[in-house]
Design a protein around this ligand. Structure first.
Ligand code: GLN
Length: 486
C-alpha cells in the first residue's frame, strides 16, 4: 500500500533502501494506468520516469540526498518541461515541447523527485471545473458524475485517487484550493512571489502562483520548502530564502487568534459546509486557539474585480500565441491576417476566447478607466481590508467553496455561476496572500468539504502549522475514495 504512505514515510523507506525509487514510481505508473477513466493526465512517459527513478536510486545509494529524492510527483501541464509536451490544456499547445524546464520543475528535479507525468487542467487555467480542457473533462475520484474542480483538476484527481503522492498546481483565483476542497486534499497557494513563475505559462501574471496539492500539511510543507525561494529569472520573485515550513509544523497553536470574516459565513453557503467548518473551528479552539469576528467589507467586489483584472492580463499574455512562433498554426493561410485569425480561432477554446475579448475590451482606450483602472482601485481596497483584519488576528478562516463538487456539465452553459465558485478564494490572490485549503468533513452525498485558512504575507508556514496541528487530531485528510483504496 505504498500509495497510502506519507512523504516522510516514503522518504525513510527510500533512504534505508527497503524501497527503490524505480519500484515506487512503477507502483504509481500502474495506478495511473488503471485509473485512466479519470482522465487526470495528459502526458505520461514511462521511459522517462524510469530514467529519472534510476538516477534517483543512484543518488540515494550514496547516502547523501535531499529528503524528497526518489519521490514521484505529477506536474500540472502548465509548467514547462524540457522534452515532454506542455499543452496548458489547449489545442494551441498540443504540439509544444518546451526547450527548458520551469524553475519549479527544475528545483524539484534537482532534489531528485521523479516526474510521473503532466496533469490535465482547464485550458490556460481558465475555469473551476476542468471542463474547458481541450483534452476533455477530468472526473472526481469521489464521484464520477462530479467535477474535480479546476483549473488544477487533473492534479487534484490524481492525488485524490492516489495516482501520485503529491502534485503541483497553480492558483490565479482559487485553482489549487478549490480542486483540493472538491477532492478531499490539502492545497496551498503561497504568497505572491514566494514561488518562481519562470516557465509557468502565464494566465494573469499579477495573480498566478504555483503551489502543492497534497494529502496533508506535512507533505505540502515539504514540497513548498523545495519549490520556493528567490529566482533571478522571475522579476516578481521575492528576495527571500526558501520557506522552512516543515521545521515549524510542530509549533503549538495555543494563543493563535483566528479571524472569522462575517462575509464568509453569510447565506448562500451550503449548510453542510457551514456545519463542518464550525466543528473544525471548535477543534482548533480545543487546541488553544481563540476566535474573533473580522470584517472584509469589500469581499463582494472580489468576483467582478478579479474577472476584469484576470482577463485583462490574460488578453495581453495570450497575444504571444499567434501561429507564428510556436503552437498551433492553421492550414493554408492566405495571408498574415488570415494566419493570425484562424490560428487563434481554431487553437483556442470558447472560455479562452471569452476571456481575451473581455480583457481586450476592459483595456481598450475608451473603457480603461471605467473597468481596468476601477478594478485596480477595488483591488487595493480588498487588500487594505485584509491588512485591517490582520491587526486583530493571525489567520483568517472560512469555507473554501460555497458548495461541494458539482455535477459535470452543471455550470458549463452559465459562465457567471461558474465564476461564483471563486467567491472565497480570489480575493486572496488579489491581495497576494497565502491561502490553504484542507479537508474538514463530508456532505451527505459523501463529497469532501474544504476549509480555508488565509495568512499574512509570507506566513504560509503558520497556515501549514495550524493545518498540521488540526490534522494531528483529525482523520479527514486520510480518507481515500473507496475505489482507490487498494
Ligand atoms: N476559476 C478561476 C478562473 O477561472 C480561477 C482560475 C485559476 O485560479 N487559475 O479564472
Amino acid at each position: 500500500m505504498l500509495h497510502t504512505l506519507s512523504l516522510v514515510d516514503l522518504a525513510s523507506r527510500l533512504r534505508d533502501r527497503s524501497l527503490s525509487a524505480v519500484e515506487l514510481s512503477q507502483h504509481f505508473l500502474d495506478r495511473i494506468d488503471n485509473a485512466s477513466k479519470l482522465n487526470a493526465f495528459i502526458t505520461v512517459d514511462p521511459e522517462q520516469v524510469r530514467t529519472q527513478a534510476e538516477s534517483a536510486d543512484q543518488i540515494l545509494s550514496t547516502g547523501d540526498s535531499h529528503v524528497l529524492c526518489g519521490i514521484p510527483l505529477a506536474h500540472k501541464d502548465i509548467f514547462c518541461t524540457e522534452g515532454m509536451k506542455t499543452s496548458c490544456g489547449s489545442k494551441m499547445l498540443d504540439n509544444f515541447i518546451s526547450p527548458y524546464d520551469a524553475t519549479v520543475v527544475k528545483r524539484l528535479a534537482n532534489a531528485g523527485m521523479v516526474t510521473l507525468g503532466k496533469t490535465n487542467m482547464d485550458e490556460f487555467a481558465m475555469g473551476s471545473s476542468n471542463e474547458t480542457s481541450w483534452y476533455g473533462p477530468v472526473l472526481n475520484p469521489w464521484s464520477e458524475q462530479r467535477v474535480p474542480g479546476g483549473s488544477s483538476g487533473g492534479s487534484a484527481a490524481a492525488v485524490g485517487a492516489r495516482l501520485a503522492p503529491i502534485a503541483t498546481g497553480t492558483d490565479t483565483g482559487g485553482s489549487i484550493r478549490q480542486p483540493a476542497a472538491f477532492c478531499g486534499l490539502t492545497g496551498l497557494k503561497p504568497s505572491y512571489g514566494r514561488v518562481s513563475r519562470y516557465g509557468m505559462i502565464a494566465f494573469a501574471s499579477s495573480l498566478d502562483q504555483a503551489g502543492p496539492i497534497a494529502r496533508s500539511c506535512e507533505d505540502a510543507a515539504l514540497l513548498l520548502d523545495a519549490m520556493s525561494g528567490h529566482d533571478p529569472l522571475d522579476s516578481t520573485s521575492v528576495n527571500n530564502d526558501p520557506s522552512t515550513a516543515s521545521a515549524q509544523l510542530a509549533n503549538t497553536i495555543s494563543g493563535l487568534r483566528i479571524g472569522l470574516p462575517k462575509q464568509f459565513f453569510e447565506d448562500g453557503i451550503d449548510p453542510e459546509i457551514s456545519r463542518a467548518v464550525d466543528v473544525a473551528i471548535e477543534t482548533l479552539k480545543s487546541l488553544g486557539a481563540t476566535t474573533v469576528e473580522v470584517d472584509l467589507p469589500n469581499s463582494a467586489a472580489g468576483i467582478p474585480c478579479y474577472y476584469v483584472i484576470a482577463p485583462a492580463e490574460a488578453s495581453s499574455n495570450l497575444s504571444r500565441f499567434d501561429g507564428v512562433r510556436y503552437g498551433y498554426r492553421c492550414e493554408d493561410p492566405v495571408d498574415l491576417a488570415d494566419l493570425y485569425e484562424r490560428s487563434r480561432s481554431e487553437g483556442f477554446g470558447a472560455e479562452v476566447k471569452r476571456r481575451i475579448m473581455i480583457g481586450a475590451y476592459a483595456l481598450s482606450s475608451g473603457y480603461y478607466d471605467a473597468y481596468y483602472l476601477k478594478a485596480q482601485r477595488i483591488r487595493r481596497l480588498i487588500s487594505n481590508d485584509f491588512d485591517t483584519a490582520f491587526e486583530a488576528c493571525d489567520v483568517i478562516l472560512g469555507p473554501t467553496t460555497p458548495t461541494t463538487a458539482f455535477g459535470l456539465g452543471a455550470k458549463t452553459d452559465d459562465p457567471i455561476s461558474m465564476y461564483l465558485n471563486d467567491i472565497f478564494t480570489n480575493t486572496v490572490n488579489l491581495a497576494g496572500l497565502p491561502g490553504l485549503s484542507l479537508p474538514v468533513g463530508f456532505d451527505n452525498a459523501g463529497l469532501p468539504i474544504g476549509m480555508q485558512l488565509i495568512g499574512k504575507f509570507m506566513q504560509e508556514s503558520i497556515l501549514l502549522n495550524v493545518g498540521h496541528q488540526y490534522q494531528n487530531v483529525t482523520d479527514w485528510h486520510k480518507a481515500i475514495p473507496q475505489e482507490y483504496q487498494a
